[in-house]
Design a protein around this ligand. Structure first.
Ligand SMILES: NC(=O)c1ccc[n+]([C@@H]2O[C@H](COP(=O)([O-])OP(=O)(O)OC[C@H]3O[C@@H](n4cnc5c(N)ncnc54)[C@H](OP(=O)(O)O)[C@@H]3O)[C@@H](O)[C@H]2O)c1
Length: 325
């Protein structure tokens, strides 16, 4: 009898209800590929945006009228179940984690990927749920803070959206790198964000742009502010970093480049070369092993409840990360 795997398909852009559970044949990995049995996969804000086909500028990568790749899910953690000819980095039984990138298909029971993709071995003591979200908040935040922001020990960093997947990772990574961290969050999340190591500013009580302090970096993880606002608290030569691309951010990047002063930056982390991303994962594993980074877990749903998980993520109120197992 043919073996099958469960996956989730999205054949047209829309609300979480467009997601359909499908059964697909399990195929033998081709040369250079590994087949992984997935134990946990992430359901991120970015996964929700890809399901919805937003923002429109991303459609050249995702597909114009409908998704070019019709499976959903990017970050995952699991165990190698079979290897194709010529595979050298992994063997059957290895616990691994990574991301499927623009191939998608991580919200599934199995996935087959090239061994030279964004795939690394998982430490035995790291739970699959935590490993499954490493490529979202932690990897993106490391890229922004270190590679784009040039963060160094002693810098002052302000993180907007400190209770989200990116923000909660960014607070911990910036602290691990020796920065002084201020996190902007609502009162309901203030206590646990402070426990991560941030001085908390409650956005419902105080506009961050009125703070007396001056920051080397403002990391606006949600795109809820602007370079114009951030300038009021940025030190000379400071940087405004934002992972959410919009026309206003593009304009700010261009204007700040031409006219000088604090600059605005964007990066599409997942589009960086796999080798660079694997390097970031290796560095994150060191921070994790030192006990300085633990992905914040909010809800875990069974894989069968992916639609429910997407609905929750779409509220914009999740704390840290959501996974399906
Ligand atoms: N460019 C890249 O490489 C890249 C990679 C990955 C993700 N992203 C993007 O990064 C963005 C952030 O994703 P995420 O997963 O971190 O978001 P998220 O986890 O969904 O953010 C939710 C959190 O934001 C808080 N929040 C909502 N409004 C806020 C405000 N005005 N000020 C401060 N906090 C607020 C909420 O807390 P309260 O309810 O208490 O307010 C909630 O805890 C997404 O747009 C995603 O697509 C970009």
């Amino acid at each position: 009898m043919e073996q099958t795997r469960t996956a989730w398909q999205v054949v047209r852009y829309g609300t979480p209800e467009v997601l359909t559970r499908v059964s697909l044949p399990i195929e033998a990995p081709k040369p250079g590929e590994v087949r992984i049995r997935i134990h946990a996969s992430g359901v991120s804000r970015a996964d929700g945006m890809m399901r919805a086909g937003e923002p429109l500028w991303a459609r050249p990568f995702l597909g114009f009228g409908k998704p070019r790749h019709d499976l959903t899910g990017t970050g995952f953690s699991g165990v190698v179940e079979a290897t194709g000819d010529g595979v050298t980095r992994f063997q059957t039984g290895d616990a691994v984690f990574g991301e499927a990138g623009l191939n998608f298909g991580a919200n599934a029971s199995h996935i087959t990927l090239a061994e030279d993709g964004v795939l690394v071995k998982k430490p035995e003591t790291m739970p699959h749920e935590e490993a499954a979200v490493m490529c979202d908040g932690p990897m993106t935040s490391l890229n922004f803070l270190r590679s784009i922001g040039g963060l160094k020990g002693g810098d002052k960093v302000l993180i907007l959206g400190a209770s989200g997947a990116l923000g909660s990772a960014a607070v911990q990574i910036a602290r691990a790198m020796g920065a002084e961290v201020t996190g902007v969050t609502s009162g309901r999340n203030a206590e646990w964000v402070a426990e991560l190591g941030a001085t908390v500013v409650d956005y419902e009580g105080q506009a961050y742009s009125r703070l007396e302090a001056r920051f080397d970096l403002v990391f606006d993880t949600l795109g809820v502010s602007s370079l114009g606002e951030a300038r009021r608290v940025l030190a000379p030569g400071g940087r405004y970093l934002c992972p959410v691309l919009s026309l206003s951010l593009l304009g700010a990047m261009l204007r700040s480049r031409i006219f000088g002063g604090p600059r605005a930056y964007f990066s599409a982390t997942g589009l960086l070369p796999a080798r660079a991303l694997r390097g970031m994962l290796a560095d994150l594993l060191e921070i994790w092993a030192a006990g300085k980074l633990t992905p914040v877990m909010d809800r875990s749903y069974p894989l069968a409840d992916l639609v429910e998980a997407h609905r929750y993520v779409a509220t914009g109120r999740k704390r840290g990360n959501v996974v399906v197992t």
